[in-house]
Write a protein that binds this ligand. Structure first.
Ligand SMILES: [Zn+2]
Length: 286
């Protein structure tokens, strides 16, 4: 396993969640518990579940509002400690946001992977409740894609998302100042549908901008190290240093976008022959 995208979901029995919420309508609890057992099947054939959910909502017009109320006013409310404890357990089950994988972004909220306004049945289903950072939650919005190929990554189920060292690419913009563009690249590690979904995920959550900003901050300090090597030695030694940097990033299994960025630099003739040469000349002048 290379990175940390697919995560383990918290182990909480669905009935315990239902029991923790006061005044939770019993006529709905049976459906919640039953459908929660088949969450993955519903994800796989969302068109069919969507029909089932729509007809249930028609038969029970108060269902959606009741479920939204149970979640917002009971489950996430510290006045109901039994429910609130379970809410906190889920929210804090991850050290950082599994949607952006950015270590400084703490999951301060819970995302309904399938929005509760559209699929109220899953408003309290553990499999559907994913810890998320506020930045990702703002961007994710309540869009439902019935077609699987258009859906973003589900952190509890989409294990292929772990292969970020293979699918995050970076293009060097050969200008002064140097620029970087991050994107999802085709790879043997992912199929066409996974490629499409990763692109949707990347675009919707603006991960290209996030990774670019992080990489540029890291690059600004790393280039100082390369300058020192250039001063004391030559381009070949900077190449060796960069190679070590790439290797250690891969071994650390963290920040695959940095790996992609430095790997792109390592494979860029322009970086060594033009950019670094210019730096070397500037160094010699000062
Ligand atoms: Zn995030």
């Amino acid at each position: 396993m290379l990175t940390t995208k697919k995560i383990d979901k918290p182990q909480i029995d669905q009935k315990i969640i239902c029991d923790s919420i006061p005044d939770f309508d019993l006529q709905y609890q049976h459906r919640i518990i039953d459908k929660s057992l088949h969450y993955l099947e519903s994800l796989d054939d969302l068109a069919r579940f969507d029909k089932d959910e729509s007809s249930f909502k028609e038969s029970y017009p108060g269902f959606t509002e009741h479920m939204k109320k149970m979640y917002s006013e009971r489950f996430t409310n510290s006045r109901y400690p039994n429910a609130y404890e379970l809410y906190i357990k889920i929210r804090t089950s991850q050290p950082y946001c599994p949607y952006c994988n950015f270590r400084s972004r703490f999951p301060s909220q819970i995302d309904h992977y399938l929005p509760k306004s559209v699929f109220p049945t899953f408003a309290l289903t553990v499999d559907n409740l994913v810890p998320i950072c506020s930045d990702c939650n703002k961007k994710k919005r309540n869009i439902v894609q019935i077609e699987k190929s258009k859906r973003i990554i589900h952190p509890y189920y989409d294990e292929f998302a772990n292969k970020a060292f293979d699918y995050i690419g970076c293009e060097i913009i050969e200008e002064n100042p140097i620029g970087f563009k991050f994107y999802i690249q085709k790879s043997d590690a992912i199929d066409d549908e996974q490629f499409q979904r990763l692109q949707t995920h990347f675009n919707l959550l603006a991960l290209d901008k996030l990774y670019k900003a992080d990489f540029e901050a890291d690059f600004v300090s790393y280039i100082e190290e390369l300058k020192i090597i250039l001063n004391e030695s030559d381009i070949e030694d900077t190449k060796k240093a960069l190679e070590r940097k790439i290797k250690s990033l891969k071994l650390s299994k963290q920040a695959p976008w940095r790996y992609a960025g430095y790997n792109a630099l390592f494979n860029s003739d322009w970086f060594f022959n033009t950019y670094l040469q210019k730096l070397k000349q500037e160094n010699n002048v000062t």
